[in-house]
Write a new protein. Structure first.
Length: 117
């Protein structure tokens, strides 16, 4: 019984550590959105582009709405104390492929932006 309990704790710890730290960069394809308008109204696409630009410039988080799954990743710069790459602003409301690392914390998913294609 004790061995089983210790094993369960170890497995749980590995799952938590694995969900917080991303090992390798991955590529995710989707539309760059502003999280406010998408979250509250489902707004996205070219018709919403200027509003999304204004929202993100005002400090609302940019996100990536993954094609096929509908998952939203909050976009983060690749380094602390820096902004998102210029390519993110240039491609708002467009479908892109972002290369970066995925981090999961408290039920939220984050994606660092290493490259935008």
């Amino acid at each position: 019984m004790r061995k089983r309990m210790i094993f369960g704790v170890l497995v749980g710890l590995l799952m938590v550590v694995g969900s917080v730290y991303a090992a390798e960069p991955i590529k995710i394809k989707g539309e760059i959105i502003d999280t406010y308008c998408y979250g509250l109204m489902g707004a996205k696409g070219e018709s919403h582009r200027q509003c999304a630009i204004d929202c993100i410039k005002a400090g609302i988080s940019a996100g990536l709405l993954e094609d096929g799954t509908g998952k939203v990743y909050v976009l983060l710069p690749n380094k602390d104390k820096t902004g998102l790459p210029k390519e993110v602003m240039d491609k708002i409301a467009h479908v892109v492929t972002i290369t970066g690392k995925v981090y999961t914390k408290g039920g939220s998913q984050f994606l660092t932006v290493e490259k935008v294609e």
